[in-house]
Design a binder for this molecule. Structure first.
Ligand code: FHN
Length: 596
């Protein structure tokens, strides 16, 4: 059966000229997992609701909410869902929490309504976390909510409430199971059978399920092939189901790729990547992906974790994720009484107020075509660009470098009458005259109606609102033949093993501009000591590479000041003079900071 490119296969063609190690591992689907051949169109149709949704609410709830981060009078470090391990609680002791689990305040309708008000389009709730306790009525174990004072299935009312609110219900399910697999001494084959039985329950008794969100796939017994087989099994039950890359070993393979910076066309079981507590610097081009994140530092409720992210920070994280083509799955950890912490409720309500005005710039959008916008982010739909302005221009001029499309109209998304804003296009820079003050200090969205698909051309780098010019490695012109290349995993230019390689950017400067030149790089100790030059408009600053301890550990060096009497378009270049070791440096970027 020919394998169509599905799930997490990279759609981008392999970079020409890359010598890649041909990987011996084959991902041909084993005969037992004869997944239906799915065309790209069928995948697109299956994934459409999820790709358009952009924003989901994660719920981590289980017995761990009873100790809530404390055990034997001690505050246990680490995430709340791990207290059984981090607190070294014996299995027998931990299982006693079951008899105490009685969420008398649980109100599924309130939870679904809160998610809806926040602007989330789906909810992912832990059906069973690593502890092995099941929030649903399972005929395959007594370690479930039916054997608690509560005595009723917790997932059913939430699934019903989600449908009433027009949200998609999804299940998180942990492959790692400290109770059934380890504590019960189940051999892994019989555990896999048990797991399949529970998954059948979860996909048969609660109506249409949007996503099965696997986790705990890192256990040594689990393999990518198990993941493939499981995916086929699940698709037989619900053909429209979406599953994440943690059904197999996709995360581990993707990480390995990142480490080795190896392009790889291998397919992974699962439909989307799952960066956790981070927003990849360049997203995951070619993949479906979703960042999952906590509002404080813990997934499961911890009474002492008060390190809450601000609503502003969470809104900008949502926008940043979506601007890079990802979904944002924001977590809440309810208490053992069934209460979502008020700090979480407050943040979700505030996010919802921002979404009430701006959700058009989130739902159904795709990654922005720009590389880096000094003042914020961008999302797009056919014929529209949504400019998410975090740093409002003090001079009232919002500059959009490199947009080559005709702009038929510009207006504030918050302005229902869409009063046109003046637009000027010069030297490849679109400038929009914006009001003196933003309508939203966190993120004000300016809409550009454009003709055709957004096309970006390379333009000189412009000063940001504070007059600095930020030159990122991702946007550098790489000069000369050789392995020098941008490494997404490090967001730096690496493999700088030839003095015939150098990098350059073009900047547009004001007459008489004076800048302090700052370079940021990493260099392993055994490679440090090379001499290099940074030149700005022909003015040269010489320096020597200082060891930073590793190829990822960054340092920023201020090399000196340059003066550009004429201004205009000038080049910034970083050139090696010699190589003291394997590589010159891993270059993160250069900053030109206004000098007095
Ligand atoms: O150990 C879990 C953790 O409790 C939480 O469920 C996160 C969410 O993705 N996953 C694991 C840590 O990576």
């Amino acid at each position: 059966m020919s394998l169509t490119k599905r799930s997490l296969s990279l759609r981008a063609a392999l970079l020409v000229g890359f010598s890649i190690v041909v990987l011996s591992v084959s991902f041909a689907r084993p005969a037992t997992a004869a997944l239906p051949d799915e065309t790209e169109q069928q995948t697109d149709a299956r994934m459409k609701w999820w790709r358009d949704a952009k924003f989901g609410m994660f719920i981590h709830w289980g017995l761990y909410s009873i100790p809530a981060g404390e055990w034997n009078g001690k505050n246990i470090s680490g995430i709340g869902s791990y207290i059984q391990k981090n607190g070294k609680i014996p299995e027998g002791e931990y299982a006693k929490f079951q008899a105490r689990f009685n969420p008398t305040e649980y109100a599924a309708k309130k939870w679904a309504s809160l998610a809806k008000r926040a602007g989330a389009k789906y909810i992912v709730i832990t059906s069973k976390h690593h502890e092995g306790f099941c929030l649903f009525d399972s005929k395959l174990t007594d370690y479930d909510v039916m054997d608690t004072p509560h005595g009723r299935d917790l997932l059913k009312p939430l699934a019903d409430a989600c449908r009433q609110e027009g949200l998609q219900i999804c299940w998180y399910h942990s492959i790692l199971d400290w109770h059934h697999h380890e504590a019960q001494g189940q051999d892994f084959t019989s555990y896999r059978k048990f797991m399949r039985g529970q998954l059948r329950e979860l996909l048969s008794n609660y109506g249409r399920i949007g996503v099965l969100w696997f986790d705990g796939e890192w256990i040594p017994q689990w393999t990518e092939e198990y993941g493939r087989n499981l995916e086929a099994f699940l698709r037989e039950i619900q053909p429209g189901l979406i599953v994440n890359d943690r059904i197999g070993r996709g995360r581990q393979i993707t990480r390995a790729q990142k480490r080795k910076n190896v392009d790889d066309t291998r397919e992974f079981a699962g439909d989307f990547g799952t960066p956790e507590q981070e927003i990849p610097a360049t997203g995951m081009p070619g993949f479906n992906w979703e960042t999952c994140m906590t509002m404080n530092d813990t997934w499961g409720f911890k009474k002492h974790d008060l390190n809450w992210k601000s609503t502003a920070d969470l809104i900008r994280k949502l926008v940043d994720t979506v601007s890079k083509g990802g979904n944002f799955l924001l977590n809440v950890g309810p208490t053992s009484d069934g209460i979502i912490p008020p700090e979480s409720v407050q943040r979700l309500e505030e996010i919802g107020r921002w979404m009430d005005v701006n959700s058009e710039s989130i739902y159904g959008t795709t990654a922005n075509p720009f590389e880096n916008l000094a003042w914020g982010r961008a999302t797009q739909k056919p014929g529209k660009l949504y400019l998410h302005v975090f740093d409002w221009p003090k001079n009232g001029k919002l500059e959009v470098p490199g947009l080559s499309n005709k702009v038929s109209k510009a207006y504030l998304l918050a302005d229902k009458s869409q009063t046109p804003l003046a637009v000027e296009i010069r030297d490849g820079i679109v400038t929009v005259d914006v009001p003196p003050k933003p309508s939203d200090a966190v993120d004000t969205v300016v809409v550009l109606d454009i003709v055709g698909e957004a096309k970006i051309v390379k333009v000189p780098f412009m000063a940001t609102a504070d007059g600095s010019i930020i030159l990122r490695s991702k946007q550098a012109n790489i000069e000369g033949e050789g392995p020098l290349q941008y490494e997404p995993a490090r967001d730096s230019l690496g493999y700088w093993t030839k003095t015939s390689n150098w990098v350059s950017w073009e900047i547009a400067t004001q007459k008489g501009a004076k800048y302090i030149v700052e370079i940021t790089y990493a260099c392993a100790t055994d490679s440090a000591g090379s001499d290099f030059i940074v030149s700005v408009g022909g003015e040269e600053l010489a320096s020597k590479v200082v060891p930073t301890g590793s190829w990822s550990k960054l340092r920023a060096d201020r090399l000196g000041t340059v003066h550009l009497p004429k201004g205009g378009l000038v080049k910034v270049e970083v050139k090696p003079k010699n190589l003291a070791g394997l590589g010159l440096m891993n270059l993160r970027g250069v900053k030109l900071l206004p000098a007095e």
